[in-house]
Design a protein around this ligand. Structure first.
Ligand code: ATP
Ligand code: MG
Length: 651
């Protein structure tokens, strides 16, 4: 049986879609590029402004004069746009969040309206002001996935403080590094978090981080939200949130911010090296995230949107805390983990709230796929309209499972390629307009001009494979790396002058669709044949015995490089020599002899992943080449112990 390669949306979907045909997309895209400033000036009407801007775009990608400014001269407030205006315009009763706790048997489900979210945010903003937080101060937020995490982000935006959210699973060491880098003056945390029935010692981790920083710490106060009521140790600088609210005012005005005032700092996942403190500013980020949320997901007022990312990642910033809220969307906010109490939890939540738009990562899709279909099919998923994915290339096999089993063949899949640095979606199918191909991020979003370059920087036309760069700016683009503009310049604007260098490799096919092939650093070159990691991994995942795969290149005296593959197996497969031979043969058959993995290791304990679920191939490369002493920064690994186990099992 051969599966189709092209998946168009149904006629019914197209007829009602915001962008309902390829022609409509082409027309809008052409306009967005040919009259770029006109297009983005119009989109600014999505926001409420305190003062209008006078210049739409003031950008130079030239390394000697690098600057990126949008909506120059305008004044606005991001929190006002995400909360106040909905209430002022009579939408205060709309549900902002259905809060789904880690364990609904023990904790309460909550339904929060926009009016309530605004009141809570104002209260938190008042408390921050009473503690001395001022415009421009950096506030570190280290919170579980509870509504207060969103209030904290919005409260900072309201008073003009620059927030830096750290994922609640990070260690004291990682927290300390980020507090130091951002020179944070304040921390907002909770006593504890909950994940999968376990408690996470958030306050204790902050204490340990500050102890580690010692004299280096500029932190004046730690504001602590009482969440579980668990024990915490206390210091003079600590303030209970529920106590501080007693004397705080219930109202707190919005600070008028310049369009280009920083909104937040966010550290990248650390897949390729030390995380970068990416800085996003106010107006452009708000325009871009709200537009992409609306168009990419074909969002409507009556949709129930669920982005399963943590607010500690850019996905949680752009597609929980800002884009959807600016649009006045109703969302699910999920505190727990997708496999607790069992692997059906995600679909249980979908059924519970009638989720219509669901957005997640390939790592989760692969993990749930390995558990079998029953967990999915026992729940009603008829509410689902659009499914989304982000974070890594999605293997076609996983894509088809997502499409057929989860979405019952009915829901378009939007494979959104973007980065912390891009602020929002860059390449993505629009669900009613672009026929999808499993594994392809397809076409550019409005105003985005991707180019494929060869290693010398020559622009390749038509069908091509090479480096992905973006030729011109867009409003959601990061403006700098915090206090390190040199690193910003060197990382993104130096190697290929005049463009934004993404660090990713891609292929553009005959239909003009873009396929992300992996990180440029991860490209494998066997006897002069360049291969993306994604292609070989997808071939391995195609085999029934394989749950997940990661491949790297290792030096070879004759071929230049040869392929070393790591695989994790499906629940019912046994790792043995026969299977090893079979898998190698399988890749040979699917792609060709050139792609046959010379080494294949069963990664029994799992693959090294970032906390956001991405495979860290730089570590796998070091293990494969035996460079165990120079593994590099592992602070963002979800489970550092897998590295030792991989070293033991090296081929
Ligand atoms: P660091 O920059 O610190 O190494 P990172 O690149 O993993 O970490 P993120 O900004 O979280 O940090 O991830 C962006 C990267 O994720 C992209 O550059 C790309 O490699 C990958 N990615 C995201 N979405 C997709 C997608 N839909 N398809 C393929 N790859 C994707
Ligand atoms: Mg990156």
């Amino acid at each position: 049986m051969s599966a189709p390669d092209l998946y168009p949306a149904s006629d019914a979907f197209r007829q009602n879609a915001r962008v309902g045909s390829r022609e409509a997309y082409d027309e809008m895209y052409r306009r967005s590029v040919e009259d770029n400033e006109g297009f983005w000036a119009e989109q600014a009407d999505r926001l409420d402004w305190i003062e209008p801007f006078d210049t739409v775009k003031d950008v130079s990608f030239d390394a000697d004069d690098l600057h990126i400014r949008w909506y120059v001269g305008g004044k606005l407030n991001a929190c006002y746009n995400a909360l106040d205006r909905h209430v002022e315009e009579g939408r205060g009763d709309r549900v902002a969040f259905y809060f789904e706790p880690d364990d609904p048997k023990k904790e309460e489900r909550r339904q929060i309206t926009y009016a309530e979210a605004l009141a809570e945010t104002q209260r938190m903003a008042s408390v921050l002001k009473d503690l001395g937080v001022q415009k421009g101060d950096r506030v570190t937020i280290y919170m579980p996935m509870i509504p207060e995490a969103v209030y904290a982000m919005q409260a900072c935006a309201r008073i003009g403080a620059i927030f830096s959210v750290i994922f609640g699973g990070f260690s004291p060491e990682a927290i300390a590094g980020r507090i130091r880098d951002a020179a944070s003056d304040f921390v907002i945390t909770a006593d504890q978090g909950r994940r999968g029935g376990k408690t996470i010692a958030l306050k204790a981790n902050v204490d340990a981080a500050l102890k580690r920083l010692g004299e280096d710490s500029e932190v004046r106060h730690v504001l602590v939200v009482r969440n579980t009521g668990g024990n915490v140790t206390w210091d003079d600088r600590d303030v209970w949130y529920h106590e501080a609210t007693r004397s705080a005012s219930g109202a707190c005005p919005c600070e008028p911010m310049d369009a280009e005032d920083p909104l937040f700092i966010l550290y990248t996942s650390g897949s390729t090296g030390t995380p970068k403190g990416v800085v996003h500013t106010t107006a452009g980020y708000c325009v871009y995230t709200s537009l992409t949320h609306e168009i990419t997901f074909d969002w409507r007022e009556d949709d129930v949107f669920w982005c399963s990312a943590d607010v500690g990642w850019i996905t949680g910033h752009s597609y929980i805390a800002f884009g959807p809220m600016i649009n006045g969307a109703t969302q699910v906010l999920f505190e727990g983990v997708p496999t607790f109490p069992d692997a059906g939890r995600v679909w249980d939540v979908v059924e519970q709230y009638g989720v219509t738009l669901f957005y997640t990562a390939p790592t989760l899709i692969r993990a749930l796929m390995a558990q079998g279909d029953d967990f999915v099919t026992r729940h009603d998923r008829s509410s689902l309209r659009v499914l989304g994915t982000v974070g890594e290339p999605i293997n076609p096999e996983a894509w088809r499972w997502y499409h057929e089993v989860v979405g019952e063949g009915r829901c378009p899949i939007v494979d959104t390629w973007w980065q912390t640095e891009t602020g929002g979606h860059m390449l993505t199918p629009l669900p009613g307009a672009i026929d999808q191909k499993p594994g392809a991020a397809t076409v550019p979003f409005f105003g985005i001009q991707p180019q494929v370059l060869d290693a010398e920087g020559k622009v390749l036309e038509g069908e091509a494979e090479g480096l992905l760069v973006i030729a011109d700016s867009w409003p959601g683009q990061a403006r700098t790396v915090y206090e390190n503009h040199e690193r910003f310049k060197n990382t993104y604007f130096t190697a290929y002058p005049g463009t934004y260098f993404t660090g990713d490799g891609c292929r553009r096919d005959a239909d003009g669709y873009y396929w992300i092939t992996g990180r440029v650093d991860d490209v494998i070159n066997v006897s002069g044949h360049r291969m993306g990691t994604a292609e070989v991994e997808s071939a391995l995942v195609l085999h029934d015995a394989v749950a997940e795969a990661a491949v790297v290149g290792v030096p070879h005296p004759i071929k230049g490089q040869t392929i070393y593959a790591y695989v994790t197996l499906a629940a019912d497969a046994t790792p043995n020599e026969d299977l090893r031979a079979e898998l190698r043969q399988h890749v040979r058959k699917v792609i060709g002899p050139i792609a046959t993995p010379e080494f294949l290791q069963f990664a029994i304990a799992g693959l090294p992943k970032t906390r956001s679920g991405k495979i860290m191939r730089r570590i796998l490369r070091k293990v494969a080449t035996g460079e165990h002493d120079s593994i590099g920064d592992t602070s963002t690994l979800a489970d550092p112990e897998v590295v030792d186990k991989l070293i033991t099992g090296r081929r």
